[in-house]
Design a protein around this ligand. Structure first.
Ligand SMILES: [Zn+2]
Ligand SMILES: [Zn+2]
Length: 189
């Protein structure tokens, strides 16, 4: 029974086993290259050429393909184009001053460069509104009621030099500092 290991049948089985493995590996290589090229190019001819290249040249053909294949897959290229488009849109949508064209921020009341009036604060909640809005979208307060006092600002694109804000008037100051006046009266010779 010891001689069986060296007879022709055993060697043939080994050869068939190795051969089948090589064929399966070769087919898998061709399929992989074909699929990989399909992910990178819509050109049917190029896809078939790559499959043929790998089928004929086997492992060296696969190396040549990997060295020369398109860098990006179609989905990667698509994603990159979407990102570029989004970036471009973001740049284009950055608001600019209608007066001087400089970049402005959403929360600016006026352009810092040319003093053009950009927005007005809601007189009730203080949120910034477009100059043309008559109703505050944040608190639903009618802005036209405020028209007479805000007339200069509303009718002009430029900010007028205004008086100090109302909370700094004399009445407020006296309320906050009731002791100020008596102290000065005591100070006499
Ligand atoms: Zn400006
Ligand atoms: Zn409001």
């Amino acid at each position: 029974m010891g001689g069986i290991a060296f007879d022709g049948g055993w060697i043939l089985s080994l050869a068939v086993y190795i051969g089948v493995n090589l064929v399966v590996f070769w087919v898998a290589m061709v399929i992989w290259a074909y699929r990989d090229m399909r992910a990178r190019s819509r050109d049917t001819l190029a896809q078939l050429f790559v499959a043929l290249l790998v089928a004929i040249l086997t492992i060296p053909g696969l190396f040549i393909y990997i060295l020369l294949r398109p860098r990006e897959t179609l989905s990667e290229a698509y994603e990159r184009s979407l990102e570029e488009e989004a970036l471009l849109q973001e740049i284009e949508e950055k608001p600019t001053c209608p007066g001087c064209g400089q970049r402005i921020h959403d929360n600016w009341q006026a352009c810092a460069y040319c003093h053009t009036r950009l927005k007005k604060p809601c007189y009730h909640c203080g949120e910034l509104l477009d100059l043309s809005w008559n109703l505050c979208p944040h608190c639903a307060t009618d802005q036209t009621r405020y028209e007479p006092e805000d007339h200069v600002v509303a009718s002009s694109r430029h900010i007028a030099r205004s008086e100090p804000p109302p909370q700094f008037d004399d009445k407020w100051f006296a309320q906050q500092n009731p002791s100020n006046q008596p102290e000065y009266i005591d100070d006499e010779f």
